[in-house]
Design a protein around this ligand. Structure first.
Ligand code: SF4
Length: 468
């Protein structure tokens, strides 16, 4: 593994010239690709960049993986299940490759940042052609070229990088909604989380690069921006000219054409009063905040290394609700963290009932090798964790439903995003508060912001009709 590799803007030019070389070399072959993305929005955004590089080379998207000439898995290592799925899929491709020896297989992303995974691929999955990690995905064209020239498996995993390569191609999944990275990596080392080890130290993109990207997106017709970072609230730390996250949001607010601004994820310990003030006066920041609390017990929070207490979290959430009336709050909760007692669990239920989340993403704690929590001795019995999880689920679902019905009869603006997959007469979209809504209409509405009246509510979605 390489360490602390300096990447300069020059790299973007080098990669663009390799893309051009490969384009000429492969022009007559009419090759296709298929990407599968596991995990979070960061990976989804990374895959858009991988697609951009592949399409610039001349690959076109294959409808099915089994017919593709280049298959790539962008992996996640947050949960063990996702890892097992990846191994299963790579194993399956062995037979496909036997039939089509020209098939090229690449695996990349967070899983590959772990030495044990790379060793396993070297030993048991020799039919893989290219293995790379999270820090050098901008080098995809170079890795493909190396593979073609050497005919050996290419392993290129870096432990860290310093700079951020801009100006490489990317293919956006959606013409009216776009994700924009503002930070990479994480410095927080929550004791259950593998992300800081696989995504590296936190680095912020320069505000001018972010603004350049967002202005270009607005010109292309993008209405909604999702700003991405493991902890957006610490944006700007380490930049030459320090810019706070709130200041960045204020700059984005000025961009003509951008109608909605979302962001995730917010670490409660870094959520400033300045940000709350910016949110409360903004016309474009959506009326939704994802604010993970993970556990309601201050003792467990300490063991998780979250750096806030139950009381501090509740105070913060109440302050946000007061300053931003009607805001929808969502959260992440982990049940069964090592050492969690019934009393600790009751603290978790207590936060849920006090804050009353519109949405809650609930997880049973799962051990991640390489994290401090994995070696903690007081692991919670699986049965007990499941039983607590079910009790929690009952409570969060009930509250979600109660929050949903509060919207019935009210009028909101919805960004229509897609045709409804279950009912051809419906289209679906999101309100500013992130509630999913289904309305009667056809695909001409997709990509438009329209006013609707909410006519019905379930725990996980609303129904509405267009206001004439
Ligand atoms: S803030 Fe904590 S949970 Fe989130 S990515 Fe960083 S270490 Fe993981």
């Amino acid at each position: 593994m390489k360490n602390e590799v300096e990447i300069t803007q020059e790299q973007a030019d080098i990669q663009n010239s390799i893309i051009e070389r490969l384009r000429k070399r492969l022009e007559s072959k009419k090759l296709t690709y298929y990407i599968t993305t596991f995990g979070c929005q960061m990976n989804v955004r990374d895959s858009e960049k991988l697609k951009g590089i592949l399409e610039k080379i001349g690959y076109t998207h294959a409808k099915e993986e089994k017919n593709a000439d280049f298959v790539i898995y962008n992996t996640c290592c947050v949960r063990e299940n996702a890892e097992l799925k990846v191994y299963g899929r790579i194993g399956f491709l062995k037979a496909v490759k036997r039939k089509n020896p020209n098939l090229m297989i690449a695996v990349c992303g967070c899983m590959m940042q772990q030495e044990t995974v790379v060793e396993k691929i070297k030993k048991s999955y020799r039919h893989v052609d290219i293995v790379f990690g999270t820090h050098n995905l901008y080098k995809l064209a170079e890795l493909i070229e190396n593979r073609m020239d050497s005919r050996r498996t290419i392993f290129d995993i870096w432990t860290e990088h310093k700079d951020i390569v801009e100006d490489l191609p990317s293919i956006r999944n959606n013409p009216f909604k776009a994700s924009v990275n503002i930070t990479y990596g994480c410095n927080n080392y929550c004791s259950y989380c593998i992300v800081p080890y696989v995504r590296g130290r936190e680095r912020s993109r320069k505000p001018e690069d972010i603004m350049h990207e967002i202005r270009a997106l607005a010109k292309e017709g993008v209405l909604e921006i999702m700003l991405l970072g493991q902890n957006v609230n610490s944006y700007g730390v380490g930049l030459e000219e320090e810019t706070s996250f709130a200041e960045l949001l204020e700059m984005i607010e000025e961009v003509e054409g951008i109608e909605r601004i979302r962001f995730m994820t917010s670490h409660p310990k870094d959520l400033s009063d300045e940000l709350i003030a910016t949110m409360s006066k903004s016309k474009k920041i959506c009326n939704h905040l994802h604010l993970p609390f993970q556990s309601g017990s201050s003792k467990v929070l300490k063991a998780m290394n979250r750096k806030y207490t139950k009381e501090q979290y509740i105070e913060l959430a109440n302050k946000i609700k007061k300053e931003c009336p009607g805001i929808a709050l969502s959260t992440d909760i982990i049940i069964g963290f090592p050492g969690e007692t019934e009393e600790d669990f009751l603290d978790t239920l207590d936060i849920v009932s006090q804050i009353r989340y519109d949405f809650a993403y609930t997880f049973v704690y799962s051990k991640r090798t390489g994290t401090p929590a994995a070696t903690m001795e007081n692991q919670v019995d699986e049965k007990i964790a499941k039983e607590r999880f079910n009790r929690l689920l009952e409570q969060v679902n009930q509250i979600s439903y109660e929050k949903s019905i509060e919207h019935v009869g009210k009028t909101y603006q919805v960004l229509v995003e897609e045709k409804n997959s279950q009912n051809a007469e419906l289209v679906s979209g999101r309100l500013s508060n992130n509630h999913l809504v289904h309305i009667k209409g056809n695909s001409e509405l997709i990509g438009r912001l329209i006013d609707i009246k909410i006519t019905g509510a379930k725990s996980f979605y609303l129904t509405g009709e267009i206001v004439e």
